[in-house]
Design a protein around this ligand. Sequence first.
Ligand SMILES: [Zn+2]
Length: 135
Amino acid sequence: MERTSKKLTRTDVQNFKLRLEAERQETVRLLAELEQERRLVTHDGPEDAGDASVTTLARESLFERTSQKNRQLSRINIALRRIGSGQFGVCSECGEPINRKRLEAMPWTTYCLQCQEELERAHTSQRFVGVELQE
Ligand SMILES: [Zn+2]
């Protein structure tokens, strides 16, 4: 059975588009919530040392969650643009079709598994270089 990696049909792409749009709305909503939370954390001055550390933790966790959501949002926007330009489901690195199961698990991905792994390795080593340059 060689039909498992067949090209995505128009209907498939439409379904992925609907999922991505729903996901984008949800991400935008969560970002708005996080922004509200951030204002609360920033405005309430800590009463004592115990509160201060809680506030710092809350801020760090908020910052982390916000940047995660922002990254997610830009991935979704890129995927939606790729649907618009007819490139959806094709790895933007090697040009091979992205595994369908992978797309169903994360429709915002723009890389096949192999390229993703290679990019993550490259990214990790780049970050080491970045740290060295800063110091
Ligand atoms: Zn690839």
